[in-house]
Design a protein around this ligand. Structure first.
Ligand SMILES: O=C(O)/C=C/c1cccc(O)c1
Length: 529
């Protein structure tokens, strides 16, 4: 990552291939993934440095896999804590429903639920970004307007917050990763659609060396008088969230003594002097989704495109999923490898998935907080049903499948409908490496048997790698369960096509030549600045 003088940043580009607005988790992820393909990016952020307040505390194994693509999975394991899962509790803290998450490395190669401190994760992401000379990060740069000239040029106006000077740069593409109050969103006249959920909650972070000795997962207390969430997010760090009552504000809870009655069910045996109140803040939890995520060369990602109530811990991950979905398509289009309409699939694929996640989060939120007979009835009906769902993540994939089938980057699968649109497992291969390590940043073709020399060279010519999945191995079983002998896997590890006919799979492979050079350099071979 280069840090240029402001004037140079404006001048150097002439026209930047990509300007990313907002250096939160979605923006830094998008910039890093683009840089891995050699795409030059200018990353503008209104703050200088990582935003210090923790917001997200959880990510799942699919998102962990994106961290691996970024090159920070190992470092993340050192700052995160696998969780046992999610429990819905009644007012007396009796378990209504439980979703267990495995600590073992599962199908994606990582624990299924992971707790962390967001500023620590963001610092990791920034440290990794620094290794990429293709990215220029400008802090204290407040974007004021984004406008398109109709000839493929986007002008980004920003103010230097230190000097008040107005500057502007030109870009081919702009990614609006500038959060809930996105200026990029307003600039493209997109509007947040309200999905009718708005609640004020108190967020309390406490540090203590005393082990609170609780079930090591997320506790969701369903209580219309005072719904609550509890979770351990670090060795000595705990997070609570409480729905605020009418008239209450964070100012009413400024000390450990003030929050003591709220946290008492979890801390009864601990002296208040052993608890340090790290922070207390009020948040309004909302469910919203932008009515469009793109206007020509301008895209919205993360909280600029969707706001998810935190009750299933999927908010930040949704932004990383956006970045993982869009970055390779954008790199492919910029390199001339993919047709421009590949970019249409971004909103088509991500919006329904994000909407599904928001609805699920809202359902849990309503079950936690709805009062009266209707609320009790809902909880009684919901709990056993929710139990039947194998897991929130599995449903998320179901909905993604339905959606991807409609997009132009997914061909009509003749044989295996069950694999297409799902993530390919990050299976351990014969040489003990995982699929993601072998597939790198390009396409992969997973095949049930060694291809012929001609087939192997066609795959290579299209910039993809071949992964042989022997029968009886994890990947071989996955293919045969999907009644396929070949699967084309996109750079974001989503299955594009699955078939019994390898030649048909090869024909379905888009050439990804310009990016192949980066892909074959391997996931860790990034440039140092
Ligand atoms: O589904 C899980 O395992 C975790 C859910 C979660 C995580 C963080 C905060 C929450 O309110 C729920």
């Amino acid at each position: 990552m280069t840090v240029l003088l402001r004037a140079q940043a404006a001048a150097a580009g002439g026209q930047w291939p990509v300007v990313v607005v907002g250096a939160g988790p979605s923006g830094v992820t998008a910039a890093t993934l683009l840089a891995q393909y050699g795409v030059r990016c200018l990353l503008l952020d209104r703050w200088n440095g990582v935003y210090p307040q923790p917001r997200a505390v959880h990510l799942d194994d699919e998102v962990y896999r994106i961290l691996d693509r970024l090159g920070v999975a190992k470092q993340f394991s050192a700052i995160s804590r696998p969780s046992e899962g999610l429990r819905l509790l009644d007012r007396q803290h009796e378990v209504l429903a439980e979703f267990r998450r495995s600590h073992a490395d599962g199908v994606h190669g990582y624990p299924q639920a992971n707790m962390f401190d967001q500023p620590e994760l963001e610092q990791l992401l920034r440290d990794e970004l620094e290794r990429h000379s293709a990215v220029t990060l400008l802090g204290d740069a407040e974007v004021t307007e984004v406008s398109q000239d109709g000839h493929g040029r986007v002008r980004v106006d920003f103010t230097d917050r230190r000097t008040g000077a107005h500057e502007s740069v030109l870009a081919t593409y702009v990614l609006g990763c500038d959060g809930a109050n996105s200026v990029v969103r307003s600039s493209i006249h997109a509007r947040m659609r309200d999905l009718r959920f708005e609640q004020r909650w108190l967020v309390v972070d406490i540090a203590t060396d005393v082990d609170l000795d609780q079930w090591e997962g997320v506790h969701q207390v369903c209580d219309p008088r005072r719904a609550a969430t509890y979770m351990r997010i670090g060795l000595a760090r705990y997070r609570w969230e409480f729905q605020l009552c009418e008239g209450e504000t964070a100012a009413d809870f400024g000390s450990v003594q003030d929050v003591a009655p709220l946290i008492e069910p979890w801390t009864a045996s601990v002296a208040l002097t052993d608890l340090e109140l790290v922070r207390v803040a009020e948040y309004t939890f909302r469910a919203q989704i932008s009515d469009r995520w793109r206007d020509r060369n301008v895209f919205l990602l993360g909280d600029a495109a969707h706001l998810t109530p935190p009750f299933i811990g999927q908010g930040m991950g949704a932004g990383l999923r956006d970045a993982a979905n869009l970055s390779w398509k954008l790199a492919g289009v910029l390199a001339g490898d993919l047709p421009a309409d590949a970019l249409d699939t971004y909103e088509a694929e991500r919006l329904p998935h994000a909407r599904f996640v928001i609805r699920l989060a809202k359902l849990v939120g309503v079950a936690m907080t709805r009062g009266g007979r209707a609320g009790n009835l809902m909880r009684r009906l919901l709990a056993p049903r929710v139990h039947q769902i194998p897991g929130i993540r599995a449903r998320v994939l179901d909905s993604e499948t339905a959606l991807l089938r409609r997009s132009s980057l997914v061909l009509r699968p003749r044989v295996s409908r069950s694999l297409v649109g799902r993530l390919c497992p990050n299976a351990v291969l014969a040489d003990d490496r995982r699929l993601d390590d072998v597939a790198g940043r390009g396409f992969a073709v997973v095949v049930a048997a060694e291809p012929t020399a001609t087939q192997a060279s066609s795959i290579r010519r299209r910039g993809a790698v071949t992964v042989v999945a022997e029968p009886g191995t994890e990947l071989g079983d996955w293919l045969s369960r999907g009644r396929a002998r070949a699967a084309v896997v996109r750079p974001d590890r989503t299955v594009l096509y699955a078939t019994r006919d390898l030649d048909a799979a090869i024909r379905a492979l888009p050439g990804f030549q310009a990016t192949a050079a980066a892909a074959h350099a391997g996931p860790r071979a990034t440039e140092a600045s």
